[in-house]
Design a protein around this ligand. Structure first.
Ligand SMILES: C=C(OP(=O)(O)O)C(=O)O
Ligand SMILES: [Mg+2]
Length: 537
């Protein structure tokens, strides 16, 4: 008999429904206390064997995940980690600690600690690998204690992933078996939510009580309403999955460009993190978040690696909008070596990183120009986190000197919205990042689960800032789009069209519903919804 249903509520941040067994992301294990004396009473041979088995288990599990990995970069990281776990010197060191009287768990912990110290002492590239060793240490200790592996689980069957929180790197490496995501922390426009939407994975964040769900309990997840229902059986779960597949198939049946009911065009574009997110049914790419290429790396991707990644997208979509690196705050990139800041959302992030690491932007712009040459494409490039006309002018000049013809900037800071007309004297287009524009207009951390009402893109002050940008675009005869998560909200699509934005850029999963919402309203209705008067005849 299934348990009676119980409901939990969080914030629905990636629409769609799914259902399946819960698998929780395990936390790194705590070491048990050391046995009192010098190892008397321990079976040395058994402890040595336990050390060997733990390291083998870790290496084998990482190798298995490497085989199943979706992308080259992820596979490379997992393979490198599997090799580290297989390092005979590590095994020898741990066995020596067993020889000195330690149980397997502590012997492994000490061996990893020694390796870590050696890496940190070696400095530079080696020191940067210390975090990899910490991850391996947690895995080996968990294996020796018979606990589930920490990190993103891979149980070998479809599951609903439940975690306290997920880093962008965790979310980017989720395998194909993840049916839905539920986290106890997180906000509506945090990067976990964005990456979940990019994958079309239903997701609920800020869900109190989620972590008390037992592994294996079958739950239904509604990524739109934020509701979780527990106590289902597998048959009910299968029915929910089938219903969702049918709903998506029906919505996916709508085709064609974005149009209001009376034919006013509003382009429907895609937000992507790599070529893997490209999908049929949209009119182009409105936001290529290039920082995903830089995440979870010990060093910046090389010029050639960047050219290949950009060319792959440009070959499929020649006028894609490529955003230059947006590092900082919730997207930390350790290789930049930036010092911690007391107030990182207001610090050196986005385009501001160029003030201290100019080579990164130079290489990126050169790589985009080279990818354009190789593919015969004419990409558009834009900078994140532009605050002033001077920044916009300097960026445009830099990009044009590298041979990039179409240059824009994002409007993510109220100062940029207030100066939209001036920015458009410097650049060819604007793209409004409503996730950050909300954060900075309302002084509300976009990751904060309790401030979701302030971050609601239907807030009148946000809509007024968007309207100011759209007006400036109309006056200048230049496109002004929205690429924040608001663009994928079908409630808001007619309002944004009524304000005069020329494109909406969103995760592929959101395109059909937004297309349908636009097609359901005439432009006059859109303008009324946006609080705009009909233009004088
Ligand atoms: C599109 C945006 O950029 P990101 O979410 O990557 O910060 C935004 O801020 O709205
Ligand atoms: Mg942003």
């Amino acid at each position: 008999m299934a348990e009676p249903p119980e409901r939990l509520k969080g914030l629905g941040v990636s629409p769609g429904r799914s259902a399946g067994p819960v698998v929780r992301m395990a936390e790194p294990p705590a070491l048990p206390p050391l046995p009192a004396a010098d190892g008397r009473g321990l079976d040395g041979a058994a402890e040595e064997q336990a050390v060997r088995t733990a390291l083998r288990t870790v290496a084998a599990e990482l190798a298995r995940r490497a085989e199943r990995a979706r992308e080259g970069q992820e596979r490379d990281i997992l393979e490198a980690q599997a090799m580290m776990a297989d390092d005979p010197m590590l095994l020898e060191a741990a066995q020596a600690h067993v020889g000195a009287g330690l149980p397997a768990v502590h012997a492994l912990d000490r061996a990893f600690a020694m390796h870590r110290e050696a890496l940190v002492a070696a400095g530079g590239y080696f020191a940067e690998r210390a975090a990899d060793l910490d991850d391996l240490r947690s895995r080996a200790v968990a294996a020796a204690m018979g606990l589930p592996m920490p990190g993103v689980p891979d149980p070998g069957h479809p599951f609903v992933l439940v975690a306290e929180d997920l880093s962008p790197a965790d979310t980017a490496t989720l395998g194909p078996d993840v049916l839905a995501l539920v986290t106890a922390k997180g906000g509506p426009t945090g990067h976990t939510a964005i990456l979940a939407r990019a994958r079309g994975l239903p997701a609920v964040v800020a869900c109190a009580g989620a972590q008390d769900l037992p592994d294996g309990a079958i739950v239904a997840v509604d990524g739109g309403s934020g509701e979780l229902v527990t106590g289902l059986d597998e048959q009910e779960a299968a029915a929910i999955r089938a219903g969702e597949a049918a709903r998506r198939a029906a919505l996916g049946g709508s085709r064609g460009p974005g149009r209001t009911a009376d034919g006013h065009p509003v382009k429907l574009l895609l937000n992507i993190g790599s070529a893997a997110d490209l999908a049929e049914g949209a009119e182009g790419v409105g936001l290529f978040r290039t920082e995903l290429l830089f995440l979870d790396r010990r060093s910046a991707p090389s010029f050639d690696e960047q050219v290949a990644a950009y060319a792959e997208v440009l070959a499929a979509c020649p006028d894609a909008v490529i955003r230059t690196l947006d590092a900082g705050t919730d997207k930390p990139l350790p290789f930049l070596g930036l010092p911690p800041e007391p107030n990182p959302a207001l610090g050196v992030r986005g385009l501001r990183v160029d003030r201290v690491r100019p080579a990164v932007l130079d290489t990126q712009l050169e790589a985009v120009a080279e990818a354009a040459l190789r593919t015969g494409a004419s990409p558009r490039v834009m900078a994140p986190m532009v605050a002033t006309r001077q920044e916009a002018a300097a960026f445009a000049d830099r990009a044009r000197r590298k041979g990039i013809a179409h240059v824009g900037v994002m409007v993510e800071i109220p100062s940029a919205a207030l100066q939209a007309a001036e920015l458009l004297e410097e650049v060819d287009f604007l793209s409004i990042g409503t996730n950050d524009l909300s954060q900075y207009a309302f002084a509300a951390d976009r990751q904060h689960p309790d401030l979701a009402d302030l971050l609601d893109p239907a807030q009148p002050a946000l809509l007024r800032l968007i309207g100011m940008c759209a007006d400036a675009g109309r006056a200048a005869g230049k496109p002004v789009g929205v690429c924040g998560e608001a663009a994928g909200d079908p409630r808001l699509a007619p309002v944004l069209a009524g304000l005069g934005v020329t494109s909406l850029s969103m995760a592929a999963v959101s395109v059909p519903a937004v297309r349908q919402a636009l097609a359901g309203h005439t432009m006059a209705e859109c303008r009324r919804l946006a609080g705009r008067q009909e233009p004088q005849k």
